[in-house]
Write a protein that binds this ligand. Structure first.
Ligand code: FPP
Ligand code: K
Ligand code: ZN
Length: 500
């Protein structure tokens, strides 16, 4: 079995995007600020939800009807031909993980009462089970989730985004998201993880996206744009980057979250003298100035992108970098101008492993379902960056088949719990459900940017190893919410103008 540490909580806390810091006044009864109509799970003792053993035994493979099933390419069923002789704790874990994962890829071990296999020997998407899991994750959670209190805005985003990709109408959450957002906003600008918590770029990003997904102008109106703009000015740094909160760390998450908020709310870009980035001798230096330079400084010797200059390249930050650049201008210009594209593409491609088919987050580490998004969703942006290149991309820069096989075989919870996960043996959670589905969506669609509009082309049944019934909805390649939600929010705030 997978020896990677599995804690007793269902959240991979080491992987949670750092929450809004709660070193401010103690959270004021944040649990009670959750509106009643978000309570979908009826009770804390729901054993189903909180106490499933994370070690899920394999069932005996029940072989599919071989007459109708296509052969699986041996690329996805056999260990790699070369094995590095250097043995390390991670190489040992990788070997063990591979032997855990291989049965899922090469036979059909998933319980037949919950999954059917298609003609490519790929299991179906358990849409209804994942929908139920995400609705439940928006409700009252078991007590141990108190540790994730400052990430409540993230739960809103992960669950709503996941539900939207699964085709659910989430407008029923409008009222409750609006009131929850109101309770998280600070008078001095931005949103914290809950009432009484310091505003943070990650939680502000998550709240703004949650409001966009549920839609509705009353919800949009909750956002104090003027104070948001002032607060962002206070986080902007002279080197182009952003601190994630007042006095907090400066990293590329901050730059991406800020660029998303600024463009969705159509905020004015000018800085006031109160901003640490205000340059009296250069009044044109604004909220988005120097962001590309900051991103450039995050590219490492490996070709990937790190959280901040001189750190280790990681897939999550590659997406932040490309997303950020795609918001600063046309990606075909901003990306090649800023980054060494060949070395970035080489690094991104090296993240996809065979036979697993999924992506790892960094060199010499393991595949994980969430990187289906953080790495997988980089490819549409890379393709857009190459739009004007002399060698256009005619097909995919990654193996869609490999990614889809990994997700549908290995990342679906195989009990009645539902939800999506890192890998076999791990518990499903809202974070992985969101980002596995987003990666699945990236694998099932192709994007082209025409006249500043992202256009989606579905990969069709027959060209791919999934059935159309299992298609998930496309999401905007930069904002990672439905395109209609982006349009509605940008349309609402466009032209609201500046402040005097
Ligand atoms: C390593 O975790 C993970 C990181 C270094 C970064 C994680 C950051 C994000 C997922 C999101 C950032 C983006 C935004 C917009 C907030 P690990 O060591 O547990 O996993 P690994 O072995 O796969 O690297
Ligand atoms: K991981
Ligand atoms: Zn993960």
């Amino acid at each position: 079995k997978n020896k990677e540490k599995t804690t007793s909580t269902t959240m991979p806390t080491s992987q949670l995007p750092p929450p809004g810091p709660s070193q401010q006044p103690p959270p004021q009864a944040t649990t009670s600020s959750q509106p009643d109509d978000l309570e979908v799970v009826t009770d804390d003792n729901d054993s189903d939800y909180s106490s499933i053993d994370s070690e899920i035994p394999f069932s005996t493979p029940n072989l599919p009807p071989s007459m109708t099933t296509m052969m699986i390419d041996s690329l996805f069923t056999t260990p790699p031909p070369l094995h590095d002789p250097l043995i390390t704790p991670t190489s040992t874990l990788q070997d063990e993980t591979l032997s855990d994962i291989l049965p899922f890829l090469s036979s059909s071990p998933l319980p037949p009462d919950l999954f059917t296999y298609n003609a490519y020997n790929v299991p179906s998407l358990r849409r209804e089970a994942h929908i139920a899991f995400l609705h439940a994750s928006l409700g009252r959670l078991p007590g141990k989730f108190v540790a994730a209190d400052a990430s409540r805005p993230w739960f809103l985003y992960w669950c709503l985004s996941g539900l939207a990709m699964l085709g659910e109408d989430v407008s029923r959450y409008r009222e409750s998201v609006k009131e929850t957002a109101r309770s998280m906003q600070n008078g001095s600008g931005g949103f914290g993880g809950g009432g009484g918590q310091l505003s943070h770029l990650a939680t502000s990003y998550a709240v703004v996206l949650a409001l966009a997904i549920v839609g509705g102008e009353e919800g949009f109106e909750v956002i104090d744009r003027r104070q948001m703009w002032r607060w962002l000015g206070g986080l902007k740094q002279r080197d182009g980057g952003f601190e994630v909160c007042r006095g907090g760390e400066e990293d590329i998450r901050g730059a991406y979250c800020a660029a998303v908020i600024i463009t969705l709310l159509d905020l004015p870009l000018d800085l006031t003298p109160e901003s640490p980035a205000y340059k009296p001798d250069d009044p044109s230096f604004n909220l988005l100035s120097g962001v590309a330079d900051y991103v450039r400084r995050c590219q490492t010797y490996e070709g990937g992108i790190s959280s901040s200059p001189s750190a280790e390249a990681h897939g999550a930050y590659a997406f932040c970098a490309l997303g950020c650049l795609s918001l600063l201008g046309p990606p075909s210009i901003t990306i090649p101008q800023t980054l060494n594209l060949p070395s970035l593409l080489s690094w991104l491609s090296s993240r996809q492993y065979a036979p697993e088919g999924g992506f790892s987050g960094r060199t010499n580490k393991l595949v994980d379902g969430c990187y289906s998004h953080w790495v997988g969703a980089c490819f549409p942006l890379i393709e857009a960056a190459l739009a004007n290149s002399p060698t256009p991309v005619n097909d995919s820069l990654f193996s869609r088949e490999g990614l889809i096989r990994y997700i549908l075989n290995c990342c679906q919870d195989e009990t009645k719990r539902g939800g999506l996960r890192d890998k076999p043996g791990k518990m499903s959670d809202a974070y992985h459900s969101c980002y596995v589905l987003s990666g699945l969506s990236a694998g099932m669609h192709q994007w082209v940017l025409e006249d500043e509009e992202w256009m989606v082309l579905p990969y069709l049944e027959g060209e791919q190893v999934f059935e159309n019934a299992d298609r998930v909805r496309p999401v905007h390649p930069v904002y990672v919410i439905p395109q209609g939600a982006v349009r509605a929010m940008r349309g609402y705030f466009r032209g609201k103008g500046g402040f005097n």
